[in-house]
Write a protein that binds this ligand. Structure first.
Ligand SMILES: Nc1ncnc2c1ncn2[C@@H]1O[C@H](COP(=O)(O)OP(=O)(O)OP(=O)(O)O)[C@@H](O)[C@H]1O
Ligand SMILES: O=P(O)(O)O[C@@H]1O[C@H]([C@H](O)CO)[C@@H](O)[C@H](O)[C@@H]1O
Length: 497
């Protein structure tokens, strides 16, 4: 993934997101089965472990918090043991609980999954599913008004268990009409939100199949799905529809038009419960951070890929997502990597700019020159003399900074796309690199305008344009070293790496 994703992720931290929906506690009972019960032919599970996780809208809130968002979670639950469990789990996840309204007439929702080894045997769903009372409805409406106005984005996690009553949806419509916000919607009842016009929804293939009236047993064949954009748009009124097809990847639609399909990394025995929450939470954060559609979907896929490999409902932390999307280093070492890069750039029609140098102690002349070099094309590749090469070219006291240090420093310059170390005894010229890279433009500083360039003949044979950029006066590594020496109280020899 490109540096774009990295820049988008940096903007996640400042986002305030409102989550409204059902708070659910997921209970995972893990055991082993070695016998059948005497009273009936059912397995006896010797329970070995029981885990409690945030589920439903609470899992969405936990995912958003893990991605760096400042989350406000609006919900109602019972005033019971599972409400205490949920409260503790929310606190552990760094979530505020002051807008979780506990009411005695409700029982907190919880789903208990019983597994033997990794085989799910049964799931019990418990808790109140009736609509919240008018009192609680009014309380939540008041809270909704305040929290909506403070939010950058809204996530509606409607599990159809009595929280998202008509009055709250109507309030959302009113608020959205006054102050539109990016809004993600996860529901099985899209028809209830048509007037609200959510920004982004994420039906899976079964939900989409039901949505378009083709029943619950879809065949996730891609060609069919990519033609259903108009229908999905009509059924959801969502500007963006991200249709998740399990291992078949994701189809992205914008206002009914199919935009692209993205494959997903394949995982053996994926644990999908909660992965949809992670996917849509990440997509919403990316949207709120002004990501383009392609980057948004890639980030959502990367986050979901992380959680489907976890045994229980879990989250993808911002740091984990950053690690997954951080671009590989800029430094290319192997001929194969250089060849692959050249082929990729040619396929994309990119204009390649090449330059080379020692860049021992980086100074503003270098920076101005490298920025100017990048401006000559689309991609800047820098040939960087290795340490032995610099010793041969500039003397035994050089370089001051090792190749690794110089790569680290140059890699932080956004104008440089790739760095390739070079130089060997008997040939410290960039000729062989030029032959491999075949740049469209070759750049050196003006100090080379009247000097012999051994690579010039090769460049001309390649039809490569040669450009000399203006020098920044009084900036050179040699000068810097001299200044350091002159200013040193005791002209101690400069440590050579
Ligand atoms: N002051 C400057 N302004 C613009 N370009 C520069 C400047 N100094 C060096 N360059 C360019 O940067 C590239 C790397 O040069 P190099 O690393 O030798 O820099 P330097 O400061 O001249 O080093 P040294 O003093 O050790 O020779 C070369 O293409 C050179 O033309
Ligand atoms: O940092 P420098 O000394 O500007 O870079 C040198 O440039 C030489 C130039 O390309 C003429 O061939 C090159 O030969 C040398 O290896 C250094 O990169």
């Amino acid at each position: 993934m490109t540096g774009k994703a990295t820049n988008i992720l940096k903007r996640f931290k400042s986002k305030k997101v409102l989550v409204i929906g059902e708070l659910i506690v997921d209970v995972y009972v893990q055991g082993t089965c070695s016998r059948i019960a005497p009273e009936a032919s059912v397995p006896v599970i010797d329970v070995q472990d029981k885990k409690y996780c945030l589920g439903g809208a609470a899992n969405v809130a936990a995912n958003l918090a893990a991605l760096g968002a400042d989350v406000s979670f609006l919900s109602a639950c019972g005033n019971d043991d599972y409400a205490i469990t949920a409260h503790n789990l929310l606190k552990t996840a760094g979530l505020k609980t002051d807008h979780i309204f506990k009411v005695s007439e409700r029982t907190t929702l919880y789903k208990t999954r019983v597994s033997s080894d990794s085989q799910l045997l049964v799931r019990f769903d418990e808790g109140s599913t009736h609509a919240i009372s008018t009192d609680i409805e009014q309380t939540m409406k008041t809270a909704l008004e305040q929290l909506y106005r403070e939010a950058d984005a809204v996530f509606i996690a409607d599990y159809g268990k009595g929280i998202l009553v008509d009055a709250l949806i109507a309030k959302l419509e009113e608020l959205s009409a006054e102050q539109p916000k990016v809004m993600a919607l996860d529901t099985k009842n899209y028809h209830r939100y048509l007037k609200l016009k959510p920004t982004i929804v994420k039906p899976n293939c079964q939900e989409a199949s039901v949505l378009i009236g083709q029943g619950e047993n879809p065949r996730p064949d891609l060609p069919k799905w990519s033609q259903l954009g108009e229908t999905l748009y009509a059924k959801t009124a969502a500007q963006l529809v991200l249709l998740t097809l399990d291992a078949q990847g994701v189809c992205a639609f914008e206002k009914g038009t199919f935009k692209f399909h993205k494959a997903v990394p394949q995982v053996q025995n994926p644990k999908v419960s909660g992965a949809g929450d992670t996917f849509l939470a990440t997509a919403l954060m990316a949207l709120a951070a002004n990501a383009d559609l392609e980057t948004m979907v890639s980030l959502a896929i990367a986050a979901a890929h992380q959680v489907v490999q976890q045994p229980q409902t879990s989250v993808c932390a911002l740091s984990d997502l950053a690690n997954q999307t951080s671009e590989p280093g800029k430094c290319l070492e192997s001929i194969q990597a250089i060849k692959a890069l050249r082929a990729e750039l040619e396929k994309k029609g990119r204009k390649i700019v090449f330059t080379n140098g020692c860049f021992d102690i980086l100074h503003s002349g270098h920076v101005s020159y490298l920025r100017g070099a990048k401006a000559q094309g689309d991609v800047l590749i820098v040939g960087l003399n290795n340490d032995e090469s610099i010793r041969r070219l500039k003397g035994p006291e050089r370089p001051i900074n090792s190749l690794k240090d110089r790569i680290d420093v140059l890699s932080e310059l956004s104008c440089i796309d790739y760095i390739i170390p070079f130089g060997k005894a008997g040939d410290d010229t960039p000729i062989s690199l030029v032959q491999q890279i075949r740049p469209h433009v070759f750049v050196k500083g003006g100090d080379y305008r009247d000097k012999y360039l051994p690579e010039e003949r090769t460049l001309k044979k390649l039809g490569c344009e040669i450009i000399f950029l203006p020098m920044v006066a009084d900036r050179s590594t040699t000068n810097m070293i001299s200044k350091i020496r002159e200013n040193a109280v005791f002209a101690a020899p400069i440590a050579v790496n």
